[in-house]
Design a protein around this ligand. Sequence first.
Ligand SMILES: Cc1ncc(COP(=O)(O)O)c(C=O)c1O
Length: 599
Amino acid sequence: LKAIILAAGYGKRMRPFTDTTHKTLLRIGDRTVIQWIVDALVANGVGELVVVTGYMATELQQSIDAAYPDLSITYVHNERYAQTNNIYSISLALNSIEIDSEILLIECDLIFEPNVIRRLLDSPYPNVALVDHYRAGMDGTVVEVADGVITEVIVPRRQGPGFVLEGKFKTLNIYRFSQEFCAGSFKKLLNYYTAVINDNDFYEMVLGIIIFLQQETISAEILTTERWTEIDDPNDINVARFLFDASSRKKTLDESFGGYWNYDVLDFCFLRNMYFPNGAVDSEMRNSLPAVVRNYGSAQGILDAKLAYYLLCQPAPLTVLNGASQVYPVLQAYFEGRKALLPEPTFGEYTRCFPNAVSYRDEGVADLERIAKGAAGCEVVVFVNPNNPTGTLLPSAGIHAYAAAHPQLTVIVDESFIEFSDQPGMVELLERAPLENVIVIKSLSKTLGIPGVRLGYVYTRAAGFRDALRKSLPVWNLNSVAEHFLEVILKHRQAIDSSYRRTMEDREHMARELAACRGVRRVWPSGGNFLLVELHATREECGQMASSILLERGIYVKDISRRFPGDRGFLRLAVRLPHENARVVEALQAVEIPVRERA
Ligand SMILES: Cc1ncc(COP(=O)(O)O)c(C=O)c1O
């Protein structure tokens, strides 16, 4: 068995890194890319390598020879690497070596665990390609698979408009071919194609032709849990480090604060409705995406009116935002120097907006009277209802009555999670009984399940603040995808309502399951789509637990112990789908959490 590694290319897409180094000499964790590949081969007993070099051939060869002095390595140099593609490199290799055994063909634009190669070697078929289910973010050639056999190879230039990637399989570009196949039709067709048609093409074209002509069968081994990732462009490096350098995993997630579609992680940290958008909304958005992204969104007044149709309220007090977060800089500037009362802990942006605020401790009890007492001497009172991260829910009517009784106060109500509770929203109450001292802030990321679209709003009759907010907005504030989403949701009210009900049911079920875990001291009652879990563990133990849950189970939880007094661990867990919630419950049951004094 010989392995041919194709490493001639310049790696244009990996610029700027490849301006000064070979793509496979980039480091991921404790090794270079080429070492990851060679180590995986060696671990499976493959000791005969053929490396096709081109760009920075000397550096690459020296590096490999230094790292593997005992391996038998043949170098085949593709002098025309800058004008040709991998089809030429592979044909050059097959013409240069003796084809006296099976051949593994490996491109060097990916790294993988040794068990990936094991899958290839264990396959009973003579010609085998490794494939994986297509996932968002993958690119390159995809294949159709039926009954374990590749039926069509679709190279990127054939993936035109309307091409649906779902249900397709991504080729890893790792193959095992029989001696007969390599010496016969594959080599002959590669030579013909490079000589007559195009030597600056992908060798997958030739595989596609062979499959189309039904001359040979290429089986597909579909990966399940084996780890691998592409290294095509600079963004892939972070993803690869996440996968293959476990020590960096938590830091990567903490620092990126989103963008998690890149990472293979079950995210219990960020909060969104798991039952909406549903499939119907997805397909409507998908169909309109090409037209929508080619257009500017509408003027603010039109956007406000579109949101008002959904909320069934007056448009005048509304200002649609590019996510609720857009309000915070305005809030900070407008209320600078005014004394505010905040819950503690709460959503971090409020503490940043009001750095000198006084706070009342949220202990999980809805006690408006106690809060009101703390407001003496304040000009602004902030309610986050339900509060994040505690889940504590206050009666909306009580907040309305409080604001009505204190017209000299500005009452800010963030009700980003209110639909996951049994309380009406403030907008509904303020439509019936308007007040000029209330500012409602609302993120739609959570309740409508669209953090990536960026939608939120402010509803207020506080004219000074509303004017300051509107003045701060750019001429086109919402992206057109967000605007279109506001149109689409009008048709899905029932599905939205039922998504809230299902989330609440799932939350209550999850709360019961968590409360039964030995290490759990208390699960706080919650009006949101998340649960605050108080542990018997100390802060430090809680931190270790969060890290081990990520490392061992790929589950990311939010450790918020530092937001509470005393040395006790606190986790905030998103409510996801029931089978996912079961996984986090199982993880908490499994870790050895000390059981200290029972509550
Ligand atoms: C209470 C609260 N308000 C507002 C936001 C901001 O939401 P966005 O900017 O995604 O609309 C968040 C996000 O976590 C939140 O928890």
